[in-house]
Design a protein around this ligand. Structure first.
Ligand SMILES: [Zn+2]
Length: 87
């Protein structure tokens, strides 16, 4: 059985390398974090585990990842995560 090799990304919170299919891609639009479900949105993406959001927020990992110094809004991302069944 042959498997395509998956690209790997590292989680912005815990830094673990993971197949990108296991992470959530987010992009920053203005000052708001958007969930990029189809991996089609332009710009720099920040990848994270769904369970790593708390750590990411505590460490301001989004600010580092997006090189953004102002206040970032996470509402959409938090709503998205809340709707996942096993969150
Ligand atoms: Zn993680």
């Amino acid at each position: 059985m042959s498997r395509k090799k998956l690209r790997q990304r590292s989680c912005i919170a815990c830094r673990k390398l993971e197949n990108w299919t296991d992470l959530i891609r987010t992009v920053l639009v203005n000052n708001e974090v958007k969930v990029d479900l189809n991996h089609r949105m332009p710009g720099r993406g920040a990848w994270l585990h769904r369970n790593c959001i708390r750590v990411a927020l505590e460490r301001k990992a989004f600010n580092h990842s997006f090189k953004f110094e102002g206040e970032i809004k996470y509402q959409e991302l938090e709503d998205y995560l809340k709707n996942l069944s096993d969150y």
